[in-house]
Write a protein that binds this ligand. Structure first.
Ligand SMILES: [Zn+2]
Ligand SMILES: [Zn+2]
Length: 343
């Protein structure tokens, strides 16, 4: 089978011909229908996470995968050959406290596909170590829903953390309208009565934000961001800032946009540190929370929303051999939504 693999940090992926793995015991071989291309893959490929991940190269990249069940080990229950499935990627040890609490993506010894010793989804087939990581996606096409397993899941968890803080007079600010942001807008509109303000960096992303239901769109190439936020919120600031980029400049905008008792949710991984002015943070009682990926049940809920036709996706498809092209386009900010590889 063909698989896009990383042989050396800092080098492009190589499309190799490798053996199709065999399903045994609890494991399931899934024929990949689509594999989302995530910013995390770029960080990983550059070697930025060498010290924190237990990886052995070469490795097939990709942690955002959906497909059809191809072959099952003898202990698999509840699935049949041909079932469309979304693959929950937060594979954990299954027995640490976080795993047992149902927060397996926060496992103390994670084994995420494409980011650990387990091969990921940039491939014709992926071996999933247990059927416990599969979510049934009846009636849905794997190539369309692959991004839901990360781009669609991560903002869902983040929005669920804060939705009880929001009322009809509330404002939320979303910085970063790419794969994740386009879903974040929709979740806030579905799960809360708040008005959604988005910050975008070009016309293409402004159009995407509009299509996904944003109430106010601020284009950094045309508008004065602070002045616009003050105007929209009547100088009160926003109740929640969801920073999907977390670069130095977006974090500064997010922090300075918060109203009293406002909450900042960190999702992006671009920057290194968060700087918060002490006086302002204490006097205004700011809250800060990180939010990582999503758990199995949350992925199930996201797939249900897709099945009910309540969320839209903006996907751009590439063949596996064009993986380099997809990554280049993502890195230069020219994918409006998610790039998806079709093996
Ligand atoms: Zn990701
Ligand atoms: Zn664990």
């Amino acid at each position: 089978m063909k698989a896009a693999r990383l042989h050396q940090y800092g080098k492009p992926l190589q499309v190799d011909e490798i053996n199709i793995p065999k399903a045994k015991g609890e494991s399931v071989l899934v024929r990949v229908g689509g594999a989302g291309v995530c910013h995390s893959d770029l960080h990983f490929m550059k070697g930025e996470w060498q010290k924190i991940l237990d990886v052995k190269l070469p490795l097939t990249v990709g942690h955002e995968t959906a497909g059809h069940v191809e072959e099952m080990g003898e202990l698999v229950q509840g699935f049949s050959k041909g079932d469309p499935v979304a693959i929950f990627g937060g594979w954990g040890c299954g027995i640490c406290q976080n795993c047992k609490d149902g927060q397996e993506q926060l496992c103390n010894s994670p084994r995420w596909p494409g980011l650990s010793r387990y091969d990921g989804g940039y491939s014709e087939y992926i071996l999933v170590p247990s059927y416990r990581f599969l979510v049934k996606a009846q009636g849905l096409n794997p190539k369309d829903i692959a991004p839901l397993t990360d781009a669609g899941l991560t903002p869902y968890r983040a929005v669920k953390k804060v939705r009880n803080l929001l009322n009809p007079d509330s404002f939320v600010l979303i910085t970063g309208i790419g794969g994740l942001g386009s879903y974040a807008i929709q979740y806030f509109k579905l799960l809360s009565p708040a008005s959604v303000i988005t910050i975008v960096r070009n016309k293409k992303k402004a159009n995407l934000a509009k299509e996904m239901g944003a109430d106010h769109i601020i284009n950094t190439s045309e508008d004065d961001v602070t002045r616009q936020i003050n105007e929209i919120t009547n100088s009160n600031g926003v109740d929640v800032a969801l920073d999907i980029v977390c670069a130095k400049d977006t974090l500064s905008t997010s922090v300075n946009s918060l109203k009293k008792r406002g909450t900042l949710i960190l999702v992006g991984l671009m920057g290194r540190t968060l700087e918060m002015p002490i006086m302002q943070s204490v006097m205004n009682e700011y809250n800060v929370s990180g939010s990582l990926w999503g758990n199995y049940n949350e992925l199930n809920e996201v797939i249900s929303l897709a099945r009910l036709g309540k969320i839209k996706s903006s996907n751009e498809f590439f063949s596996l051999k064009d993986v380099g092209k997809a990554m280049e386009k993502l890195e230069s900010g020219n994918i409006a939504g998610r790039a998806v590889l079709i093996p």
